[in-house]
Write a protein that binds this ligand. Sequence first.
Ligand code: UD1
Length: 337
Amino acid sequence: MTTVLLTGAAGYIGSHTWLALQAAGFSVVGLDDFSNSSPEVLERLRELGGRRPVFERASVTDAAALDAVFARHRIDAVVHFAAFKAVGESAAQPLAYYANNVGGLVGTCQAMQRHGVKTLVFSSSATVYGEPKYLPYDEAHPLSAMNVYGRTKLFGEQILRDLEASDPAWKIAWLRYFNPVGAHESGRIGEDPRGVPNNLMPYVTQVAVGRREFLQVFGGDYDTPDGTGVRDYLHVMDLAEGHVAALRYLLDHGASITTNLGTGQGTSVLQLVQAFERASGRPIPYRIVDRRPGDLPAFWADPTLARERLGWRTRRDLDAMCADSWRWQSANPQGYA
Ligand code: UD1
């Protein structure tokens, strides 16, 4: 059985990928320092998986702790999620972002190297494409960063390219995520941001349960069909299954891969709000306010490469994303608290 170490395993994407890997027959060791997640996730994973999750509480910036984890478990591959992801915060705390996102990646790879593990799936982001030169973004689109968070992902990608060039035994998947939303269909795990949500869907779901009064729609005058921002939202379980497909690709083909994970469909803020209202039966009051500085008007993925090389495509539509986000938030109005 192949054993996979998941860093950032208690986070939103990590926890869903944990279930997807188990469902695909992998053995999982989760690692997290709970700096932006809750230990309650482990309880929910136990319930859903029917067994106690194998878990290590440690930071990816702690080399000794990582060594101990690799010594205790026979790890075959690593899926590296552990990172911070709030754009505004990254500008205020650049060193924390570089230490965790870049330092943590380097530390994880060094630990892997010390223990002879050279198969890695890396959480990158569509943010590495920067200002669109054309749309949809394909993997050949030029790269650039628009903020500190984006630079940590861009530098992370480059560090891994250098590593792969230094030693072709490394097999790496660079996964560029578009906008993950939704939750596991059980409604037992989902997205639980701390403080005021930065991202659209958790803000909408918190309005729906009455934790926030109304949604602020950032900009109504973009050059898009209804004037609001357009993104490529994908269901987090499709994204999780994309990791399984990427890992299988690395293990079966012995080759690295760089790929988008998105649907190929653009959806505007107001389209998402309407879909959510239908799925939840709750009205989402909103006000159109100024654009958020640094936001792009519109972007979406060209998902062809993932389909052709990984045999992966998204299966859950916008209605399912909304229904599952709602199931999670309505059953857990305060998240894991
Ligand atoms: C954001 C980050 C991106 C990061 C991703 C990770 C920015 C500029 N981009 O992506 O780098 O990889 O999160 O989670 O922060 N919106 C509202 N009201 C809200 C929140 C969002 O109208 O309260 C709009 C935004 O203007 C945008 C869309 O909803 O048009 C999606 O926003 P969001 O969920 O924050 O995702 P991104 O901006 O695409």
